[in-house]
Design a protein around this ligand. Structure first.
Ligand code: NAD
Length: 329
């Protein structure tokens, strides 16, 4: 198939090229995101392949349909950035990569916890400057702490298992409970019970109308003072204004985020020589107890290999009229 890949980074190209040796699609790589102004680049392509921050609304889908694009391949699991209903109404199939490496994301959430807690990022910089002082580097034991997990799908399950390994008490909230996790000792609670009991809260649910701003002023008021919040889910799960207030008032002691509600204009780009216009991210960066990574939780060799092969397999299945197991309906 003729495939237009948008928002291409060097690692996307490297892994798609390697995998395409088995598939033989004709791939053209665009560095630009797919946006209302770049939709016309899709003329002559059967498929477009996009990532998390390519926002595809109804108007763009109608244009894609006019350009004869037949399928949109998301090279990610989440699909909150795409109007799936509009795609169906315009006879465009949508496929995704529902599972590539849940461990990659779960392990990154743990990396955020350990870094915030044991302050290894600060120690690294200090030692490089000949500062061997331990002042202000005190952490806490994870053992016996209560960890609250919101969303226990494949990533949440992988995360729970790691935290159980640390000797944490793991509690969870999900609209569908996992029997497997219960057998491992995870206790399901109501959202309010989880907020009030957890020392660490980690978000692993999708962004939906129900979960939008799940972590807001009201939620903070139910939480323990000094709680740690970790978000590797989607930025919109947290109300950014409210989290800044909670940090200012020392309601939360640590915030680790790999996703940010207004990330689309920032993340994945080198803006080191630019004047950043987003005052909220600058305020977040200014806190000593906030750690931000720019949507890199998925970025492991294993995950990139799986993303590339599943994406190209999805396209081949469509071409060969085989049942699309990863289709969004
Ligand atoms: P999944 O579908 O396996 O699990 C999601 C879980 O959330 C399910 O158990 C579901 O029942 C639960 N859920 C849905 N609505 C809920 C609600 N209102 N309240 C509580 N729980 C709810 O998905 P997954 O693969 O585990 O991924 C979870 C999310 O992680 C994705 O939706 C995506 O947004 C995010 N993600 C981030 C990265 C990254 O690089 N940072 C990478 C992959 C996925």
């Amino acid at each position: 198939m003729k495939v237009a890949v948008f928002s291409t980074k060097s690692y996307d190209r490297e892994y798609l090229e390697k995998s395409n040796a088995d598939f033989g699609h004709k791939i053209h790589y665009f560095e630009t995101p797919l946006s209302p102004t770049t939709t016309d680049l899709t003329v002559g392509f059967d498929a477009v392949c996009v990532f998390v921050n390519d926002k595809i609304d109804r108007g763009m889908i109608e244009k894609l349909s006019k350009n004869n694009v037949k399928i949109i391949a998301l090279r990610c699991a989440g699909y909150n950035n795409l109007d799936v209903k509009a795609a169906h109404e315009n006879n465009i199939k949508v496929v995704r990569v529902p599972s590539y490496s849940p461990e990659a994301v779960a392990e990154h959430a743990v990396a955020l916890i350990l870094t915030l807690n044991r302050k290894t990022h600060k120690a690294y910089n200090r030692v490089r400057e000949g500062n061997f002082s331990l002042e202000n580097l005190i952490g806490f034991n994870l053992n016996k702490r209560t960890v609250g997990v919101i969303g226990t799908g494949i990533i949440g399950i992988a995360f729970c298992k790691i935290m159980l390994g640390f000797g944490c008490q793991v509690i969870a909230y999900d609209i569908h409970e996992s029997e497997k996790l219960k057998e491992l000792g995870v206790q399901y609670k109501s959202l309010d019970e989880l907020f009030s009991a957890a020392d660490i809260i980690s978000l692993h649910c999708p962004l939906t109308p129900e979960t939008h701003h799940l972590i807001n002023k009201k939620a903070f008021s139910s939480m323990k003072k000094g709680v740690m919040i970790i978000n590797t889910g989607r930025g919109g799960l947290i109300n950014t204004d409210d989290v800044i207030q909670a940090l200012k008032h020392k309601k939360i002691d640590y915030l680790g985020i790999d996703v940010y509600e207004q990330e689309a204009d920032l993340f994945f780009n080198d803006l080191s020589e630019s004047v950043i216009q987003d005052d909220l991210i600058l305020r977040l960066i200014s806190f000593p107890n906030v750690l931000i990574t720019s949507h890199q939780a998925f970025l492991t060799k294993e995950a990139l290999t799986q993303i590339a092969s599943t994406t190209l397999q999805n396209l081949s299945d469509f071409e060969n009229e085989i049942l699309l197991v990863n289709e969004l309906k």
